[in-house]
Design a protein around this ligand. Structure first.
Ligand SMILES: NC(=O)c1ccc[n+]([C@@H]2O[C@H](COP(=O)([O-])OP(=O)(O)OC[C@H]3O[C@@H](n4cnc5c(N)ncnc54)[C@H](O)[C@@H]3O)[C@@H](O)[C@H]2O)c1
Length: 350
């Protein structure tokens, strides 16, 4: 797995580059350097922890707009942290120096956020991705793996969603992810920069923020249940999703860095099973041993799709992806994370 960056290694040997500026304490020039954009966020921080556990060198670029300090707590000098905005090309270029692989997770998520503010979603998600690609090409990185989204399939009734289907984005967020994928492909075809798009379906697990207007459904449900409050559901609760535990997404990213034949392609990343929101709620109540107040049902929100289910054969075949952690195991692990967080907050008097 050791992938020296020959150009920088040469500059270091000639004494024209300061090693300690490039590598966190304890790391040398002959291990692969991963840049995780959005590394303080939910998925990004899970990637950071997994990479460090494998002994890789990690740099993070994040502006902490939705990311959280707590996600990187205790990592200190083990990571090279760049507090920077993806919309700042010079900052992205600086963060790209000496990088072998980019795991581009930084973006503004949430369909409703994009409906409320399509311009900012576009600038961060589309221009930000373009900056990552321009800088990655200049820095001769080996491969850029970037987060896309199942939302790009839209509300077409055909299930499961297969990568060969026509895209039908219905929200500004979905358009920004479709554009992300198009740029990934264009940079591969135009410049030979190796790129891979990963179409995440609904991801959940430890470090996902349960708070705020745009929080995802599972952390919102768990937080409400732990507090003994009724959950709010937009729609009738029978809408379904292919919920994917975050460790599966980490597996996909790490395999996508080196899988042969993956460059220039996009892959569904999910579990290949569908659960309705009411079923999710039932499982959470069962796992916590609590009787829940009936959910508050509000009208469905603009841009939300009714059903979602992935075909994951392409990821299995080309990336060697397993998606081994199914919903039932994932939800148990996620709940115990939120219980630990709630206990820690209580003992800290918060
Ligand atoms: N969570 C899901 O279910 C899901 C599903 C499909 C796709 N995705 C995609 O996966 C990626 C990660 O999502 P997440 O759930 O971890 O979200 P998140 O909000 O927890 O993480 C996104 C990170 O990007 C950072 N960021 C945002 N704007 C930035 C900017 N201008 N400059 C630098 N950093 C910036 C945030 O601070 C945050 O740390 C995103 O690209 C998202 O669109 C997520």
């Amino acid at each position: 797995m050791a992938c020296p960056n020959a150009r920088n290694a040469g500059r270091i040997a000639r004494g024209t580059m300061q090693v300690d500026r490039l590598y966190p304490a304890g790391y040398g020039p002959f291990m692969a350097l991963y840049l995780v954009t959005g590394g303080a966020g939910f998925i990004g921080s899970n990637l950071v922890h997994a990479l460090l556990a494998r002994g890789e060198r990690v740099r993070v670029l994040d502006d902490f707009s939705t990311g959280r300090e707590v996600n990187l707590e205790g990592l200190g000098e083990k990571i090279d942290l760049h507090r920077a905005d993806l919309r700042d090309l010079d900052a992205v270029r600086k963060a790209m120096l000496g990088v072998d692989y980019v795991l581009h997770q930084g973006a503004l998520g949430s369909v409703p956020r994009s409906v409320a503010d399509p311009l900012t979603t576009d600038r961060v998600n589309v221009l930000g991705t373009l900056h990552v690609l321009v800088a990655a090409r200049e820095a001769k990185v080996k491969r850029v793996v970037a987060a896309s989204s199942s939302s790009i399939y839209g509300d077409t009734p055909t299930l499961p969603k297969v990568e060969t289907m026509m895209l039908s984005p219905r929200s500004p967020y979905a358009v920004s992810k479709a554009a992300t994928e198009q740029y990934l492909k264009a940079f591969y075809l135009s410049y030979g920069l190796e790129t891979v798009g990963l179409r995440y379906f609904n991801v959940f697990g430890p470090r996902q923020d349960p708070n705020g207007e745009y929080a995802a459904v599972i952390p919102r449900f768990v937080a409400a249940t732990l507090a003994g409050e009724a959950v709010t559901i937009y729609g009738d609760g029978l809408q379904s999703r292919d919920f994917c535990f975050v460790d599966n997404v980490v597996e996909a990213n790490l395999k996508a860095c080196t899988a042969e034949g993956a460059a220039g392609q996009a892959f569904n990343i999910a579990c290949g099973e569908r659960t309705t929101l009411l079923e999710v709620l039932e499982q959470i109540a069962k796992a916590l041993g609590k009787a829940l107040p009936p959910p508050r049902l509000l009208p469905a929100r603009a841009g939300d799709v009714k059903h979602s289910l992935a075909d994951i054969d392409r990821a299995r075949q080309v990336l060697g992806y397993s998606g081994a952690i199914k919903f039932a195991e994932g939800i148990t692990r996620a709940i115990s994370y939120y219980e630990d967080m709630a206990r820690a907050a209580r003992s800290a008097g918060r």
